[in-house]
Design a protein around this ligand. Structure first.
Ligand SMILES: Nc1ncnc2c1ncn2[C@@H]1O[C@H](COP(=O)(O)OP(=O)(O)O)[C@@H](O)[C@H]1O
Ligand SMILES: [Mg+2]
Length: 476
């Protein structure tokens, strides 16, 4: 069942339910008044008839003369008019046209009060089950001389349809009120449903488009709060999917581009070996050496690439333990001192502060190794590489690796952390070292920056938190 049908149906039910409750309550309330209303109505109709009959009798009019007038009244007003003797036996009866004749009446044994304002009132049910309300007025002392059985009472009766009439009167406004209420509520329901299902339909359509591979989907944010949230979440998701699709495409393009040149060179040298172009032992050895070097580099590149992608998708868990920065730098110094000596580069350390950082020793060593490797690689013979550390307001530890190499041109600075980026253009490494380093630092909740002056050198600055509270990752 659609949302619209549901809404309209529920409105319909609510309106019908409310009206029924009110109708039942009102009719219960009116039940008590029903007979009083009927009696009141009877009095209104009958008092004038009785008064007229009495005054005619006082004016010496005969019973027959009075009766003619009464019959006329009965026809006109629809009131049954009866004259009964003291036992309730009917002497004369005037019924409105087509109305049934009434049988004997039960009158009170103590007799009727002669008081006009206090007539006897009662209900009468015919053998057919027709119900009447009646009033009985005393006729004692009137027409005494004329008839053998002088009439004791004048009875005026009307069918007890009062209740039904009352009911119809009550139900009709409810019926109309209900009809109007229904119309209005259905309109509101349609309007409400529109504001709900239109945005939802748009999201559904957009999601369908995405399923077909059209990732550029955004839906307008409108409607009730929840629907707005749905649209917002959808837009965010669509944006993310689009971005990650683009990333994937870039990644595949980068990787194939990156692998293409070493593979081409491998194939070239392999061909030379095969077709005999490399005909002397030296050339053959050189070709084999290049093939070996290139394939080794490709393997390294693929390994690092896998590592980077695992890090970026959060698959690599970092330990979160206190790491003694002095110890860490000391270790790196030791590892790189051999290479530095070979290149006649002075490797210095300047260490301040004792607060440990929180993180993964092996991964942080990997970061420093990458930075030191780069610094040594780009340092001129006789150059100087400095590793320094200092504390910043007890919350951070800054580790800097600085060299006095050729530096990185300003316009390339922002790219050095990108994967495969090799500023010098010469493919000496994999171009992944700094990308991996940045990923590790981010996973520690830290940051990494580079500054460089052409001809003067380059400085990488790593900032790591000393408390585990910092949330990892600064990736945008
Ligand atoms: N200390 C440095 N001095 C000059 N250039 C640097 C330095 N460190 C990094 N670079 C530049 O940034 C590029 C990316 O470095 P990296 O990601 O470690 O890759 P790789 O070392 O494999 O080339 C390097 O190719 C180099 O051009
Ligand atoms: Mg490197």
């Amino acid at each position: 069942m659609s949302l619209r049908t549901r809404l309209i149906l529920s409105y319909f039910l609510i309106v019908v339910l409310c009206l029924s409750i009110v109708a039942v309550a009102v009719s219960l309330m009116l039940q008590g008044y029903r007979d009083r209303f009927a009696m009141q109505r009877l009095d209104d109709m009958t008092v004038p008839i009785y008064v007229q009959a009495r005054s005619l009798a006082r004016g010496r009019a005969s019973l027959s003369e009075v009766w003619i007038s009464l019959e006329e009244q009965s026809q006109r007003t629809g009131v049954h008019i009866l004259m009964v003797d003291g036992d309730g036996g009917i002497i004369r009866q005037a019924s409105p046209s087509k109305a049934a004749q009434l049988e004997s009446f039960q009158l009170p044994s103590e007799g009727l009060s002669p008081d006009l304002s206090d007539p006897y009132r009662g209900t009468h049910v015919t053998p057919e089950g027709q119900s009447f309300v009646f009033v009985a007025y005393s006729m004692a002392g009137l027409f005494t001389s004329e008839v053998s059985t002088s009439p004791a009472a004048l009875i005026l009766a009307v069918p007890r349809r009062g209740a039904l009439i009352l009911w119809a009167g009550v139900i009709r406004p409810f019926f109309w009120a209900g009809l109007i209420g229904l119309g209005v509520s259905v309109l509101i329901a349609i309007f409400l449903a529109r504001s709900l299902y239109l945005p939802i339909r748009r999201v559904t359509a957009a999601a369908g488009q995405m399923a077909e591979g059209k990732y550029d989907q955004q839906v307008p944010v409108s409607g009730p709060e929840e629907v707005k949230k749905l649209a917002l979440s959808f837009n965010r998701m669509a944006q993310q999917v689009k971005v990650s699709q683009q990333r994937l495409r870039d990644f595949v393009a980068d990787v194939s581009h990156e692998l293409r040149s070493p593979l081409t060179s491998i194939r070239g040298f392999a061909q030379a070996l095969l077709d005999g172009t490399a005909n002397d032992t030296d050339t053959r050895l050189r070709a084999a050496q290049i093939i070996e070097d290139e394939s080794r580099r490709i393997i390294r590149q693929v390994d690092e690439l896998l590592e980077l992608s695992r890090m970026q998708s959060g698959q690599i868990q970092m330990a979160r333990q206190p790491v003694d920065v002095k110890e860490l730098i000391g270790l790196c110094h030791e590892v790189f001192s051999v290479a530095a000596r070979e290149k006649r580069v002075i490797l210095r350390t300047e260490l301040e502060g004792t607060t440990p950082v929180i993180g993964d020793t092996d991964r942080l060593e990997q970061v420093l190794s990458n930075l030191l490797d780069n610094a040594l690689k780009h340092s001129p013979e006789g150059g100087e590489v400095t590793i320094s550390s200092r504390e910043v307001s007890g919350e951070w530890v800054e580790i800097a690796v600085a060299d006095n190499g050729p530096g990185i041109p300003h316009e390339q600075l922002s790219h050095v952390f990108e994967r495969f980026y090799q500023a010098s253009g010469v493919r000496t490494g994999t171009g992944l070292g700094l990308a991996i380093a940045r990923e590790i630092v981010w996973a520690h909740g830290g940051s990494i920056e580079v500054s460089s002056t052409a001809g003067k050198g380059t400085r990488f600055l790593v900032r790591l938190p000393t408390s585990p509270g910092s949330s990892p990752g600064q990736r945008a």
